[in-house]
Design a binder for this molecule. Structure first.
Ligand SMILES: NC(=O)c1ccc[n+]([C@@H]2O[C@H](COP(=O)([O-])OP(=O)(O)OC[C@H]3O[C@@H](n4cnc5c(N)ncnc54)[C@H](OP(=O)(O)O)[C@@H]3O)[C@@H](O)[C@H]2O)c1
Length: 327
């Protein structure tokens, strides 16, 4: 696959987001199968893999699917050929959702535990999963600087962060990438482009397919009765589908013209926009992982990009996280 850069790191133009194998997308995938899927992504040319300490799920027998362990095992013998990112700084509470905590002692415990679960000596890119209002960005950045000096992490980044947070953190220890939600339907990250360019920071785009909506077929997700976080996402309601239909039609037409899938067009759109954007689609399906990789080679003309962008400008989508204001 074509490569992109995050500071001095070369990574595949698309990364593989491993979250759904354990977390948020229905039942976790059986361990051996999950490792086979991760490995197949590597074989399809992906060299950047994203996980997090909180990506976990429960199997029917009550045991845990621990995403970092799956990634670590699947890639152990090719560790020097891949880049792995993981994340610290949140826990998930049944009653309160995401609970941020980036106190230095918490980060220290997290990094040691992630290194162990990933079965590695270093983390290529270590993200703060969410900003912690109780810990200053400078404090977090100082810990990152120490971890880099100790060789435990090589680079660091921020997820779902504001411009002000990035500036304060980057002033203490260079932020290599931010990982924010970004797709055709959720474009608030575009307001950060000038800052990212000025500070040489990459944008790793999470949920780049709007959680599977911007594909052929997956937008018909019919609900899982509470096992899958798409149950609560407005793009999968009838009204959400209606409001997104013109976009789905357009990407389907472009996909037919370019002999690729709608998902690949959705990913190519952002790859063609900026050379520092690295989408990390997730999939449990080896064929789709390969289909998505094809996006790295799709060239969209200025006219095709304009057709998409002008439709986006006049659309009013219903989408999970679409108007999120980050602090
Ligand atoms: N930093 C953060 O806070 C944060 C939050 C969310 C996610 N992430 C990261 O971003 C990654 C990707 O996000 P995501 O998985 O939530 O959203 P996504 O990549 O936008 O969508 C994933 C969904 O799309 C479907 N899909 C993927 N390729 C497809 C294709 N070619 N055709 C049809 N359907 C396709 C998948 O279904 P199948 O599995 O059935 O193919 C899955 O249901 C995660 O794995 C995680 O690493 C980070």
């Amino acid at each position: 696959m074509k490569l992109r850069t995050i500071d001095d790191m070369k990574v595949s133009a698309l990364g593989y987001g491993a979250m759904g194998l354990s977390h948020a997308y229905g039942e976790p995938v059986e361990r051996n199968e999950a490792e086979r899927i991760i490995r197949s992504a590597y074989e399809a040319g992906y060299t950047y893999f994203d996980t997090a300490e909180v990506y976990r799920g429960t199997y029917k027998d009550g045991s845990e699917s621990i995403n970092e362990e799956l990634v670590g095992r699947a890639l152990h013998d090719v560790r020097d050929k891949v880049r792995i990112s993981t994340k610290f700084g949140i826990s998930i509470a049944a009653d309160r959702g995401l609970v941020p905590d980036s106190r230095p002692e918490v980060i220290r415990r997290s990094v040691e535990a992630s290194l162990k679960r990933l079965n590695t000596d270093y983390i290529d890119l270590y993200y703060q999963h969410r900003s912690d209002p109780a810990t200053e960005p400078e404090t977090v950045a100082e810990v990152m600087s120490q971890l880099i000096r100790e060789g435990k992490i090589l680079h660091w980044g921020l997820s779902e962060c504001s411009a002000q947070y990035i500036e304060r953190a980057d002033a203490v220890c260079h932020v290599s990438a931010i990982q924010n939600r970004y797709s055709m339907m959720a474009r608030s990250a575009e307001a950060l482009f000038p800052l990212l360019e000025k500070r040489h920071i990459a944008l790793v785009a999470f949920s780049p397919l709007a959680n599977g909506f911007l594909t052929s077929g997956a937008h018909s997700f019919a609900g899982s009765g509470g096992k899958d976080y798409r149950d609560t996402m407005p793009q999968f309601t009838e009204e959400g589908r209606e409001r997104g239909q013109a976009l789905l039609d357009l990407i389907e037409r472009l996909a037919a013209e370019k002999n690729c899938t709608s998902a690949a067009i959705s990913l190519a759109w952002m790859l063609n926009k900026k050379d520092y954007i690295i989408p990390i689609p997730g999939s449990k399906n080896v064929n789709r992982i390969r289909e998505n990789a094809a996006a790295a080679d799709i060239v969209l003309s200025a006219d095709e990009l304009e057709q998409i962008d002008s439709l986006l400008e006049k659309s009013d989508f219903l989408v999970f996280g679409g108007n999120r204001i980050v602090r």
